[in-house]
Design a protein around this ligand. Sequence first.
Ligand code: SER
Length: 318
Amino acid sequence: MLKSRILVLGGCGQLGTELVAHLRAQYGAKKVIVSDIKEADDEMMAQGPFEVIDATDYSQIEDVVIQYEITEIYLLAAMLSATGEKFPAKAWQLNMTSLFNVLDLAKDGKIEKVFWPSSIAVFGESTPKNNTPQQTVMEPSTVYGISKLAGERWCEYYHRKYGVDVRSIRYPGLISYKTAPGGGTTDYAVDIFHKALKHDCYVSFLNAQSELPMMYIEDAIRATIAIMNVPRSQIKVHSSYNLAALSFTPEQLAAEIKKHRPDFQISYDPDFRQEIADSWPNSIDDSEARNDWGWEHKFGIEEITEIMLRELGPVYAK
Ligand code: SER
């Protein structure tokens, strides 16, 4: 395990920033090479090796793989659901080309293991909404969802045909305070905390009753590290595992925030993201992840609300 040398593509995003910190704590800073389409902030640049890489360019990834003798790649570069609807061709190109680049590096024996995130966006309107099973009807309506579903099929294909060790999770909406999410439909659940602290009110782009699966970032990171560290024989799902923690609506989250900030007010002005949210499940059955590699979530809505308000508080107290 300690021989791993890791490359994180798209390492400066919401997930990447915190995943890199955990991986560096586990493996040592020099063993985790961070990359993104442009240079990171000074803090990230100072913490260990960083390379500018366009994940759609095979040779740029390959050069870094050779230079640092990389064994594992975490591919986090992607365009998310809401931005993807604005730039469909670009979303498809980025999400699929980067995946093929990494799968091909593994197929050609240049790396040993791949992590690639999928999403609840693989599901669509025809999917059962509650406790959505691992295997079910999947007719995604967003370009992002289509790219994730196609990507899942390709992951399984590369596993079956070429023996590629690729591991994947269908993340729900991720909630974090260190780095803002970008371009997702579940992002309201982060934005609401910033606006609560700044203005004591929030205009939600999803309606009051839009129930979506969500997860605190620390749970998401633990799941990611866990699935990458279990022996390969324990991985039974070679497309992507359902993963769940909690589900809530904007109204429920607002009520939780109100417990800490009684003056907080929420109002609703749904935009194009409402349709995306309506096409996704309310809750997810993740029993296969729990059975196959021991997944357990820790954070519920009360803890998440408390942490977010506590950690972001000082930012707005100035
Ligand atoms: N959080 C993502 C989004 O909203 C879903 O994977 O696009």
